[in-house]
Write a protein that binds this ligand. Structure first.
Ligand code: SF4
Length: 296
């Protein structure tokens, strides 16, 4: 059985879990290529215009995989932390994809509640049944997948740079180099180091979030807000760059909340969509770095 795993959205965070789980069930894993222009064009062709860039790109990955596998995983990720949710576009992702792209193979679309191991195991039982009915094999595959995931760390923390920026945004915008046009390499080349939210203690993020008049409903919003406030308050960095997808409802709220709190701390929002040009992005990054250098 060939199981297709699209290399989009939270793949960058959770691929060890998915790959190990299905491999242990005896499946052959077929992953789409790194995002490229062809994948973007496929996504734009099939996805509704109103969607954000990462969702369009995910459609492109599915389209590229659909005739290469017997089953395709379209993760309907609902929850990663208790009392918080992921973006609504994740909740309806399977419906968007299945109704937009023709000839999709059998799809694994069970909702993923991953706030606790017990909830996640419920997903594993349902998803695993697409491959085998052997419950012991599913349990063992699940345990092994959790083990592999726990060994895998994401996050960027460059050392020994005179100027540093906090790079904020959703994981797919930070780790898909096609979406962000290799921003980390560009910044490093300009002599600027990068730190991402994974290197801030979760308790510190929680402390910052407590200042808000209302607990954030969205995990992405909580992380970005807590991280940028902690990094700027503690002067861990000289500035903040927020990579935001055009038409992202969560970003439209969270960047305003951040701006409101950080005052005149250097902050740049890079909005990306399928029309974003690399030259324009480079010019903005260079101008921001120039400003940071002058204020050092
Ligand atoms: S959080 Fe924003 S960028 Fe991410 S899928 Fe939702 S709308 Fe798109």
């Amino acid at each position: 059985m060939k199981v297709g795993i699209p290399k989009g959205l939270l793949y960058y965070k959770y691929h060890p879990f998915l790959n190990t789980f299905f491999t242990e069930l005896g499946a052959e894993i077929i992953t789409s290529e790194d995002t490229n222009k062809e994948i973007l064009d496929e996504g734009v062709k099939y996805c509704v215009d109103e969607a954000c860039l990462p969702i369009k790109i995910f459609h492109g990955h599915v389209s590229m995989l659909r005739d290469k596998c017997d089953v395709i995983v379209i993760p309907r990720i609902m929850q990663l932390r208790s009392r918080e949710y992921i973006c609504p576009k994740f909740c309806g992702l399977p419906e968007m994809v299945i109704n937009s792209i023709p000839d999709i193979p059998l799809s694994i679309t069970e909702p993923i509640y991953a706030a606790s191991e017990k909830e996640l195991y419920q997903w594993a039982q349902k998803a695993g049944r697409s491959i085998t009915n052997n419950r012991t094999q599913i349990r063992n595959a699940f345990d092994k997948a959790l083990g592999e995931q726990s060994k895998y760390k994401t996050g960027i923390k460059n050392e020994d740079y005179k100027i540093n920026v906090a790079l904020a945004g959703h994981p797919y915008n930070l780790y898909d180099d096609f979406i962000n046009m290799n921003i980390v390499k560009k910044l490093n080349k300009l002599g600027v180091g990068v730190i991402t939210e994974e290197f801030i203690d979760d308790n510190l993020i929680n402390d910052k979030v407590k200042d808000l008049y209302k607990r954030p409903f969205w995990t992405f919003a909580r992380n970005a807000y807590g991280f940028t406030l902690e990094a700027s308050n503690e002067k861990m960095v000289n500035g903040i760059i927020y990579i935001s997808s055009f038409a992202c409802g969560i970003d439209s709220v969270i960047v305003e909340l951040i701006k409101d709190k950080i005052g005149d701390f250097p902050f740049m929002i890079l909005k990306v969509d399928e029309h974003t040009g690399e030259a324009g992005l480079e010019t903005r990054v260079e101008a921001f770095v120039d400003m940071l250098e002058r204020s050092c």
